[in-house]
Design a protein around this ligand. Structure first.
Ligand code: ZN
Length: 129
């Protein structure tokens, strides 16, 4: 285990992923309406089917570092029983999702292998120019 630390300045922003299913879609809509306009953030579209490493339907809320202290407490108080992944964005996408996120509610099992494959493909594309 190296003695060096990562600095918070490595974080360029955050995503919150709001998970839902058929029964909790209305709750997810209420959360979305609450977030929209209240915070500086970019709302992703509804993914009713699992996509990427995400094991359930979800939508993404992207926000900058400065907004964290506003939006995360609000989600704590207003998540309506939904499970929410909040992960940092750094240069290490795998760790962002695997080792370093926080969860509101229940921690879900992400498909990290999907991210690994994606990272390898991205690296190949970059190498190929
Ligand atoms: Zn994300």
């Amino acid at each position: 285990m190296p003695l060096s630390h990562h600095e918070a300045g490595e974080i360029t922003g955050y995503h919150a992923h709001i998970y839902y299913d058929a029964e909790s879609r209305e709750a997810a809509r209420a959360v979305r309406l609450g977030v929209e306009g209240r915070f500086r953030c970019v709302l992703g579209r509804w993914h009713d089917q699992p996509v990427g490493p995400h094991p359930k339907a979800m939508y993404q809320v992207a926000f900058e570092v400065d907004e964290f202290a506003k939006i995360v407490p609000w989600l704590m108080l207003n998540r309506r029983g939904l499970d929410i992944l909040i992960h940092p964005n750094t240069e290490d996408t795998i760790k962002d999702h695997d080792a370093n996120p926080i969860w509101l509610g229940t921690k879900l099992a992400l498909d990290i292998d999907t991210l690994r494959r994606f990272s390898v493909e991205q690296a190949k594309k970059i190498a190929a120019g």
